[in-house]
Design a protein. Structure first.
Length: 54
């Protein structure tokens, strides 16, 4: 019975990892957005500029 639980648990983890993985395109879009937010927060007229957000 314990072996069956371990197999089921492994299958659940495998399914989760497959569903949590993102494509390279999704990763690149996230990085681009992250950089854009950092650039926006560090503009000359930003109150956060002194903290050098990136």
């Amino acid at each position: 019975m314990e072996d069956l639980k371990n197999i089921q648990f492994a299958e659940i983890l495998e399914t989760l990892s497959e569903n949590l993985s993102i494509t390279e395109t999704q990763h690149n879009a996230a990085v681009k957005s992250y950089i854009a937010v950092g650039n926006w927060l560090s503009k000359d007229d930003s109150l956060l500029k002194p903290y050098e957000p990136k």
